[in-house]
Design a binder for this molecule. Structure first.
Ligand SMILES: Cc1cc2nc3c(=O)[nH]c(=O)nc-3n(C[C@H](O)[C@H](O)[C@H](O)COP(=O)(O)O)c2cc1C
Length: 172
């Protein structure tokens, strides 16, 4: 198996992170991988927001936790970086954003950096927080929250889960 396939197969979700911040160079490599994801009709609908500011991370933590219904938990597992992916609401925006998130998870794994998709970005962006964020970013138009990545150096390795059977068919 080549290195790319090995990276894809060895990726697992990380839910325990070191406090140490990921370097700017590593974040850029992950983000670039996201930028080069495919998008329907090449519309490039996704927008990538890298959040390392402590106050903003805490605001998102609280909001995401409140959507779950328990403000005391940290849905981002203490990750030093939160990457939020939004997409302009046109064409195949949900799929586009999902490809962006997946490319970034693979890139992170290739750098031995942990990642985990964290949900509820849609609800966040539908809230007043989302409207304020769009204003802060200078974005107008309709943007939908697709997902976040919790990103950081792995505190421990997560074992691969066995794959369910009977999910592949070869019709020759
Ligand atoms: C659309 C989507 C939403 C997810 N949301 C969360 C989440 O909110 N919190 C979380 O801990 N993991 C979340 N995950 C990660 C999955 O739980 C994880 O991918 C799955 O358990 C398989 O484990 P693996 O990634 O280690 O292979 C999400 C994954 C996807 C694809």
């Amino acid at each position: 198996m080549n290195e790319t396939c090995k990276t894809i197969i060895n990726r697992t979700s990380t839910r325990a992170f070191k406090k140490e911040q990921v370097t700017d160079e590593e974040i850029k490599m992950i983000v670039d991988a996201g930028l080069y994801a495919p998008s329907g009709r090449g519309l490039q609908t996704p927008v990538i927001v890298v959040i390392t500011n402590d106050a903003l991370k805490e605001e998102i933590r609280r909001l995401n936790a409140s959507i779950i219904g328990n403000e005391t938990i940290d849905p981002f597992y203490g990750a030093p970086v939160i990457i939020l992916v939004l997409a302009k609401k046109e064409g195949t925006f949900v799929y586009d954003g999902s490809c962006t998130l997946m490319n970034m998870m693979i890139a992170a794994e290739s750098l031995n950096i942990g990642s985990c998709w964290i949900h509820r970005a849609k609800e966040e962006m539908d809230s007043p927080f989302g409207k304020e964020l769009l204003t802060k970013l200078g974005l107008s138009g309709e943007y939908v929250g697709i997902g976040h990545l919790a990103i950081g150096y792995k505190e421990k390795e997560t074992p691969l889960k066995p794959r369910k059977e009977n999910r592949v068919f070869y019709l020759k």
